[in-house]
Design a protein around this ligand. Structure first.
Ligand SMILES: CC(C)(COP(=O)(O)OP(=O)(O)OC[C@H]1O[C@@H](n2cnc3c(N)ncnc32)[C@H](O)[C@@H]1OP(=O)(O)O)[C@@H](O)C(=O)NCCC(=O)NCCS
Length: 183
């Protein structure tokens, strides 16, 4: 729970609201998946998320707006490396919800959960350098830029440079405590 959002497990009945934004080419521009073409495609993506959550523990969350309970996005672990206690976070939001600080709110809550409850030590996030809003979110939540990986990815028909961000549990939780402390 954040001031405006609820992070909860995705459910089958999210399919229509999920499809409404996951079918938007602008939302899918800088992510690995293509815009969903049909509602049945969204249903099968949702089924895959649910079964991954069942098999590997809850790691994909629906982002729900509290005021109308609309499912406006997803946030989750792209991978988790148990041996090295690290993971990568990925996130997407409906376009009409951009620019209101919502993903900053969601990612802050998600990092806290992953560090405090899941005990992960290092969480990475990466974005295509052209996806500036995504980098801004990573910065605003206190992740640190570790470098730009040139031509790291090939997706959507072209090579792309990627900015790699990471947060470390102790460092991040300490910094958050500093933010929460009365001034
Ligand atoms: C990236 C994304 C998650 C951002 O979510 P959001 O809720 O709009 O993010 P926030 O409002 O918390 O913060 C966005 C910041 O980027 C800034 N921003 C937006 N567009 C920008 C641009 N083109 N260049 C630079 N900064 C930009 C905003 O001004 C804001 O910063 P501010 O608070 O200092 O003004 C959202 O745009 C999205 O879902 N995009 C499609 C999916 C995606 O790309 N996911 C990430 C894959 S790595």
């Amino acid at each position: 729970m954040t001031p405006r959002l609820l992070l909860r497990k995705p459910m089958r009945r999210d399919a229509r609201q999920f499809h409404a934004w996951a079918s938007d080419p602008e939302v899918a521009r800088y992510v690995f998946w293509d815009p969903h073409k049909t509602l049945s495609q969204t249903r099968s993506v949702l089924r895959a998320m649910l079964s991954q959550n069942r098999l590997r523990g809850l790691s994909s969350f629906a982002i729900v707006r509290q005021r109308d309970l609309r499912m406006i996005g997803t946030i989750g672990l792209v991978w988790r490396d148990w041996q090295n206690n690290s993971a990568e976070a990925g996130f997407s939001l409906a376009k009409d919800c951009w620019g209101q600080g919502l993903m900053t709110e969601a990612l802050t809550a998600f990092l806290r959960l992953m560090f405090e409850e899941y005990g992960i030590n290092r969480i990475e996030a990466q974005h295509d350098v052209r996806n500036r809003a995504s980098g801004k979110v990573m910065e605003k939540v206190g992740m640190r830029l570790e470098g730009v990986l040139r031509s790291r990815l090939y997706y959507k028909g072209e090579q792309a440079d990627v900015a790699l961000y990471a947060a470390l549990r102790d460092e991040w939780l300490d910094a958050q405590q500093g933010k929460d402390a009365p001034r």
